[in-house]
Design a protein around this ligand. Structure first.
Ligand code: SAH
Length: 330
């Protein structure tokens, strides 16, 4: 049986043992440390129309916000004071934040000696290069699905080829690159999920984020079925088994489907959590999907809460930056 068929078989019939084995691989290669990344959702404006996402520009029901440059820098300051080593700056695809504005923000945040991850979608090579020169370290850009037909149907006015070329540009600029997929999209096959996993391995990603698809009522996919929690865990676990030392977050979408979702994910191969530190007045407006957790909490509460949960399963919060240590034989 070739590797793709083996993966499909595991996706079909893998059970708790698969998740336990991924947990063992995580322990063997990365130990018990969990890396926290402080998530700053700085704008919910988006020029795209991804059919699954609540931020799509055609959604007129959502109240839009943009943080000022100073607000973003202040969020990073709060992250630093709470002991975070990494901030993740995430937004819709919002061209209001030009290459120069973002470069300035990155330079200012670097003064706090924080690792910076960007998650702001597709930009030109020259923008990515400027962000790297300004000091950004990592970049998250999910492929979402490697099924080209499905990709096209979900992303009007976007192209699969450009997504790939963005990922290639980020890799060539020496960012630590994260990608990942949605699990349970309408018309997504197990075969295409297996292809996703092989794609992660092929591009040698440093981080992989896997999350279940959760239908948003104000999108064209409103009446579709929610992605399966267990299947999402299996995609994540197989990724861990194939890519032993990479960073894998226990995603927030997992916790939306299961109230213990992030802890279960941490026990099925994940080694990273991204607590939200976005100001309370904004976090409920950053509604990618409904039922997002922690919308009434503040930065400090999220840190305390997740720390307790992580320690309760015998894991510890890392004091290190948590970069992907390459060159370990996979
Ligand atoms: N604009 C940035 C950030 C997007 S939001 C970018 O394009 O990369 C981060 C992730 O949320 C997306 O990559 C997508 O995988 C996920 N997401 C969007 N809509 C979702 C939904 N309805 N259910 C679950 N996850 C969703």
């Amino acid at each position: 049986m070739n590797i793709k068929s083996k993966i499909i078989k595991l996706l079909e019939s893998g059970n708790k043992r698969l998740l336990n084995y991924a947990d063992y691989i995580r322990y063997k290669f990365l130990g018990n440390e969990v890396h926290l990344r402080a998530l700053i959702e700085f704008s919910n404006y988006c020029k795209n129309t991804c059919k699954y996402c609540g931020l799509r520009c055609d959604n007129k029901k959502i109240k839009r916000y943009r943080m000022t440059i100073n607000e973003i820098i202040n969020h990073a300051k709060i992250a630093k004071s709470l002991g975070y080593k990494t901030v993740v700056l995430q937004s819709g695809e919002d061209d209001f934040y030009t290459k120069d504005k973002l470069s300035y923000i990155i330079k200012e945040i670097k003064k706090f000696n924080l690792v910076i991850t960007l998650s702001i979608g597709e930009r030109s090579f020259s923008d990515y290069k400027a962000f790297k020169i300004a000091g950004a370290d990592r970049y998250l850009l999910r492929i979402e699905t490697t099924d080209k037909i499905l990709y096209k149907s979900l992303h009007p006015n976007m192209s699969y080829e450009n997504r790939i070329s963005c990922l290639e540009n980020l890799i060539s600029l020496d960012f630590e690159v994260g990608t990942g997929s949605l699990v349970g999209l309408p018309n997504q096959s197990l075969e295409s999920l297996a292809e996703d996993i092989l794609f992660f391995k092929k591009i040698n990603a440093d981080m992989i984020g896997i999350g279940p698809f959760i239908p948003h009522p104000d999108t064209p996919l409103a009446s579709e079925k929610t992605g399966d929690f267990f299947l999402s865990l299996k995609v994540m676990a197989i990724t861990r088994i194939l890519m032993k030392d990479i960073n894998i977050p226990a995603t927030t979408a997992m916790e939306t489907l299961n109230k213990n979702g992030r802890i279960i994910a941490l026990q099925s191969g994940a080694n990273v959590v991204m607590p939200n530190i976005t100001d309370e007045k904004y976090r409920k407006l950053y509604e990618i999907y409904p039922g997002k957790i922690c919308i009434n909490e503040n930065a400090k509460m999220c840190k305390t809460c997740i720390t307790k949960k992580i320690e309760s399963i015998g894991r510890s919060i890392s004091k290190h930056k948590g970069s992907h240590i390459k060159n370990i034989q996979n």
